[in-house]
Ligand binder design. Structure first.
Ligand SMILES: Nc1nc2c(c(=O)[nH]1)N(C=O)[C@@H](CNc1ccc(C(=O)N[C@@H](CCC(=O)O)C(=O)O)cc1)CN2
Ligand SMILES: Nc1ncnc2c1ncn2[C@@H]1O[C@H](COP(=O)(O)OP(=O)(O)OP(=O)(O)O)[C@@H](O)[C@H]1O
Length: 184
């Protein structure tokens, strides 16, 4: 199976899911984790319609007084991070994703065990290899990023058979969060 075929298969499976419910349950599972509770900075993403709805997570991060950083596409395969104090500031950006506006400066995400990285995917292989949308954005970013990482993936998209390349980032079972909780 090529990555192109795998993405098409993942998208077909996702179309059958309710991303509102999945996102709500995932948020509930996330809020119970020690890594969420101790995080003072959260690098998250504003969900697309075919991703678990992350708005409950974004809102809760701000309500809890955490620093919320969201990505802004800055070039081919590259993104930068911008601190967002209010979700009403977001504007439609690349790929139709709500993004920080251009007048907010990019920041260097703090490194440390109180920084939590929430990462999107299309699917994940059972052994932890991530399948993304194909821009290489997170592969590049995660190659040097530091902090506690959590891959947000609906349970129905943890698949036994997916293609992988050498640069793809791997996640351990305790770094994969589904709506049912951590894989392990
Ligand atoms: N919510 C969210 N934000 C994110 C990502 C993501 O996966 N999800 N990204 C993670 O990288 C970055 C943006 N990368 C993206 C890459 C491709 C597409 C996309 O819609 N691709 C089309 C196919 C385009 C094509 O084939 O040319 C698609 O999936 O239908 C979206 C975001 C940064 N922000
Ligand atoms: N660490 C890296 N450094 C430089 N280029 C990279 C790196 N990782 C991936 N790439 C390039 O990015 C392109 C897309 O990779 P891939 O198809 O694995 O994206 P993806 O992980 O599914 O997407 P995304 O991370 O945006 O969700 C590939 O052509 C690859 O050469």
């Amino acid at each position: 199976m090529t990555k192109r075929e795998a993405r098409a298969r993942a998208k077909a499976l996702r179309a059958a899911l309710n991303m509102q419910t999945t996102g709500r349950d995932m948020a509930k599972a996330l809020f119970a984790l020690p890594c969420w509770q101790k995080a003072d900075t959260v690098l998250a993403f504003a969900s697309l319609p075919d991703e678990p709805n992350t708005w409950p997570i974004l809102q809760r991060a701000l309500a809890d007084g955490k620093r919320l950083l969201l990505p802004r596409v800055s070039g081919a395969g590259r993104m930068e991070w911008v601190e967002i104090p209010d979700l009403a500031l977001l504007r439609q950006g690349a790929y139709g994703i709500p993004e920080p506006p251009g007048d907010l400066l990019a920041v260097c995400p703090p490194e440390g065990d109180r920084t939590l990285l929430l990462i999107p995917c299309l699917a994940v292989r059972s052994d932890g290899v991530r399948l993304g949308r194909g821009g290489g954005y997170y592969d590049r970013f995660l190659a040097h990023a530091k902090g506690k990482r959590l891959l947000l993936c609906p349970a129905a998209l943890v698949l036994p058979d997916l293609p992988a390349d050498g640069w793809d980032i791997r996640f351990s079972p305790d770094e994969i969060l589904t709506e049912k909780g951590l894989l392990q």
